[in-house]
Design a protein around this ligand. Structure first.
Ligand SMILES: N[C@@H](CCC(=O)N[C@@H](CS)C(=O)NCC(=O)O)C(=O)O
Length: 244
């Protein structure tokens, strides 16, 4: 066999192996359960990502206002008692960003939502960690006391949130999406906070890259439930804000 024939054979084996691995991974055997509540921001990101990926979810309403997350059954599954929690044929996972990465890895048609290239993936991970450790923390510090305890707007906390939005604005310099040229799970994780801010009337006009990205990402997610899932959930939360 010539060298060229050997190369062709090896390549063909590689194509077949990959196709087999991909088709094995493609669809879950049973519907993936997600314990959720519609207005919950991290739950909204999971529902939109599943639609982008094209995987069906069985949504299990879990009303944390009524303690559905504190039952012995729920605590056995997730001792940290948070929503969203995912059950994929007995594989239990919580923390929305970990769930996003799992769904994209396990069921993504390709790796565009969560790249396999180490450096590209590292940028997506950096954005997800920024979201978890900084943006969502600063958003929560300002708004959760206002939403659930009727507290007043705190200027110092607002400045800290605006500083985080400024960093996000800088990350977006020369990029269409938060981690590069295409939509990734980092955009889907971050947009839910930005959608809340819009619903709460937060002025983001000082961050032009951010506002342009927001419009672009809304359009990208429009076919995947942006209005029905994300905006609708944010509006429910906005109703909790004290009106002057
Ligand atoms: N970092 C977590 C946050 C999850 C979280 O705090 N969810 C809230 C609802 S939005 C919750 O479950 N609260 C009830 C509790 O913590 O007991 C994630 O992204 O999944």
């Amino acid at each position: 066999m010539s060298v060229v024939e050997k190369e062709i054979l090896l390549f063909w084996e590689y194509v077949k192996r990959n196709a087999a691995a991909r088709s094995k991974n493609k669809m879950p055997n049973q519907p993936i359960k997600v314990y959720y509540l519609p207005p919950s921001p991290p739950c909204r990101s999971i529902i939109m990502a599943a639609k982008v990926i094209g995987v069906d979810l069985e949504l299990v309403l879990t009303n944390i206002m009524e303690g559905h997350h504190m039952t012995p059954e729920y605590l056995k599954m997730n001792p940290q008692h948070t929503i969203p929690t995912m059950d994929d044929s007995g594989f239990i996972l919580w923390e929305s960003r970990a769930i996003l990465a799992y769904l994209a890895n396990a069921y993504g048609r390709d790796d565009s939502l969560y790249p396999k290239n180490p450096r590209q993936r590292a940028i997506v991970d950096q954005r997800l960690n920024f979201d978890l450790g900084t943006l969502y923390v600063r958003y929560s510090a300002l708004y959760l006391p206002m939403l659930f305890r009727g507290e007043e707007y705190d200027e110092q906390k607002a400045d800290q949130l605006d500083e985080a939005l400024g960093w996000l604005n800088t990350f977006l310099e020369g990029r269409a999406f938060v981690a590069g040229d295409n939509l990734t799970i980092a955009d889907i994780s971050i947009i839910v906070t930005i959608t809340n801010l819009e619903a709460f009337g937060y002025d983001m006009s000082g961050h032009p890259n951010l506002t342009k990205w927001f419009e672009r990402t809304k359009k990208a997610l429009e076919p995947y439930g942006y209005e029905e899932v994300d905006v609708a959930g944010a509006k429910v939360l906005a109703n909790f804000l004290k009106k002057d």
